[in-house]
Design a protein around this ligand. Structure first.
Ligand code: PGA
Length: 244
């Protein structure tokens, strides 16, 4: 069985609230924390709660350093669907973080070079708290099923499943969804001190069931969290927990 701490909440708002409490607790203890951040619909509620707390001056990101999980390749950094734009719009521009302290993999230009650079950056730091969403296929970051758990930052070809899932952000046109991305590897993710995985909705239920079974399976990348030496929280709403 998994030693992951599972927290099941009534709804998306409560899931976001629980996650925000863990972030707030860390920021109060360690104002210069290093955070690993994620994009997607799931963390938006959490980001809103952290923005509110920052506006009320209960927390500050002045000394915080962030590293994002992933970025699309083949679209410019300032594209409206790039993760660079997502992070600015949904989080960074609303808080008191220094832009120089925010890091997102570079999806423009030579991916091999960009992946090596990001890997080198990550080797110089230790992430205190890594936030993750999960794909309906069990991916974390853009580590698609079958990915070797031991690799670091790398370029990936997105699976059909992920391209379909993400088409909603590209006018439901799968041809507009980038086919490649650059992502932290599972090895990088497992180097974080504490990990929080969030999931909301019935389409995540099967993936969450596999993670919580405790069986480590390359075809369910998130199941690698069962190997983590530190603390792992899986915070899910009732729908995402419905198959456990
Ligand atoms: P979502 O994506 O939060 O938009 O569902 C999660 C993921 O694919 O990692």
């Amino acid at each position: 069985m998994s030693k992951i701490e599972l927290i099941i909440t009534d709804n998306y708002d409560e899931m976001s609230q629980k996650a925000s409490e863990i972030f707030i607790d860390l920021l109060k203890r360690k104002p210069n924390a290093v955070l690993g951040l994620a994009t997607g619909s799931t963390p938006i509620g959490l980001y809103k709660k952290l923005i509110e707390k920052t506006k009320k001056k209960e927390i500050s990101f002045k000394e915080v350093i962030t590293y994002n999980l992933d970025e699309y390749c083949d679209i410019p950094k300032n594209h409206e669907q790039s993760y660079f734009t997502f992070m600015n719009e949904n989080f960074f521009k609303h808080i008191d973080i220094k832009k120089i302290n925010t890091h997102i993999p570079n999806g423009e230009g030579n991916s091999k070079f960009n992946a090596e650079n990001y890997e080198n950056d990550l080797q110089k730091i230790k992430i205190d708290l890594q936030l993750l969403g999960i794909g309906s296929n069990g991916h974390i970051g853009f580590n698609e099923p079958g990915t070797d758990f031991d690799i670091g930052v790398h370029e990936v070809q997105l699976t059909e499943n992920t391209i379909k899932d993400n088409a909603r952000f590209f006018n439901n046109d799968i041809n507009k969804v980038p086919k490649k991305a650059i992502t932290m590897g599972i090895r990088n993710i497992l180097e974080a001190d504490t990990i929080i995985l969030l999931a909301s909705g019935a389409n995540k239920a099967k993936a969450i069931k596999s993670v919580m079974s405790g069986v480590i399976d390359k075809n369910v990348p998130a199941s690698a969290l069962n190997k983590h030496k530190g603390k792992v929280f899986v915070i899910v709403d009732k729908e995402a927990a419905s198959q456990i």
